[in-house]
Design a protein around this ligand. Structure first.
Ligand SMILES: [Zn+2]
Ligand SMILES: [Zn+2]
Length: 193
């Protein structure tokens, strides 16, 4: 039988303990309180960070039932996002992220880590969501200033209706590239850069 049944997931209380340990080990305890939760709807990403206060880290239970050994590194990856956002206002895999990632001993920016090589990061997008009316929009870039919902108030910027930003990293199976053209000729084996 598959191993899926054998490894129970850490509880959300266990995840908070792991968070506290990693926070001390790599961030001098600087990261503020985070909500950490499982999201059963994730199918193609292992983890996701929602940039808000307090930050929300969501992990894929499907993924970590299969690859329990990847959980700690994925949580650490998401924690680096939170830390970069809190300290520098940086989202995504920018300069601060990459520098900190190396210091933490992580070598890949894949959200799908560990032994799971067949997945390749395709692109990063952002989902903007209004918690008031539920409107969602997908964008390639983050705006430089805070945005508010154009549906709840079409006339002007209105801080009563802020848009929450989710970073979404699409994962694609190698060989199943579909319409996505490879960036370079296939003379080299694919890897994260
Ligand atoms: Zn990331
Ligand atoms: Zn709205």
């Amino acid at each position: 039988m598959r191993a899926e049944m054998s490894a129970p997931l850490p509880t959300e209380a266990d995840l908070q303990m792991l968070f506290a340990r990693l926070n001390l080990a790599h961030f001098d305890g600087e990261i503020g309180a985070c909500s950490i939760a499982y999201n059963e709807r994730f199918s193609n990403c292992a983890g996701r960070t929602t940039y808000r206060v307090p930050a929300l880290i969501e992990l894929s239970p499907k993924h970590f039932r299969r690859y329990p050994e990847a959980l700690e590194e994925t949580l650490l990856h998401e924690m680096i996002h939170v830390w970069c956002y809190q300290r520098f206002g940086e989202t995504g895999h920018g300069t601060h992220f990459r520098r900190k990632m190396k210091r933490c001993g992580i070598t890949s920016i894949h959200h799908d880590l560990g032994t799971v090589r067949p997945l390749q990061e395709a692109s990063t997008r952002y989902i903007f969501r209004c918690e008031h009316c539920g409107m969602e929009a997908l964008r390639r870039r983050l705006p430089s200033r805070s945005m508010t919902c154009g549906r709840c108030n079409p006339r002007r910027h209105d801080p009563r209706f802020p848009l929450t930003v989710y970073e979404v990293v699409e994962m694609r199976i190698l060989g199943d590239v579909g319409a996505i053209a490879p960036k370079r000729a296939a003379s080299r084996s694919p890897r994260a850069t």
